[in-house]
Ligand binder design. Sequence first.
Ligand code: HEC
Ligand code: HEC
Length: 91
Amino acid sequence: MKISSKDWMFIALVVAVLVVIILISGEETTKKVPFDESHRPAYEIFKKTGSKSETEKGCDACHNDALQPLPKGHPPKNRCLFCHKMKQIAP
Ligand code: HEC
Ligand code: HEC
């Protein structure tokens, strides 16, 4: 059977939907950033700047190989807050 370009569009759509579902379900199980003494400054930066990429710059100060190494097999770690959500805190 020959696969027409219309079929390819359908296949691409199905793949895209699956990828989104996998990404969303992965997100829900990933641990949130704890709201404790170590992470309070991060929550404060986020409250002030409203910027995730600004906030992430502080993570590396502790989560590096010397102090708080990430677990083995940890996924690429350049965007912490993309995967580890911050907790909802009362304003
Ligand atoms: C002052 C040091 C420090 C900074 C800065 C810091 N962390 Fe942590 N983090 C820790 C320590 C210590 C632990 C382990 C104990 C705990 O849960 O607080 C931890 C644990 C975690 C955990 C695992 C929580 C769990 O449930 O096991 C996540 C996720 C995390 N940090 C994410 C982040 C992210 C994202 C940032 C940047 C916004 C960040 N941390 C900045 C010290 C830090
Ligand atoms: C691509 C998604 C992704 C990114 C980006 C990411 N992580 Fe993770 N992280 C995970 C997953 C998945 C785990 C496995 C355990 C879990 O469910 O939290 C994990 C585990 C951890 C743990 C151990 C939690 C525990 O106690 O079991 C810490 C600490 C952590 N990450 C910190 C960070 C920091 C800091 C950054 C940024 C430098 C970062 N992560 C970026 C997905 C991510």
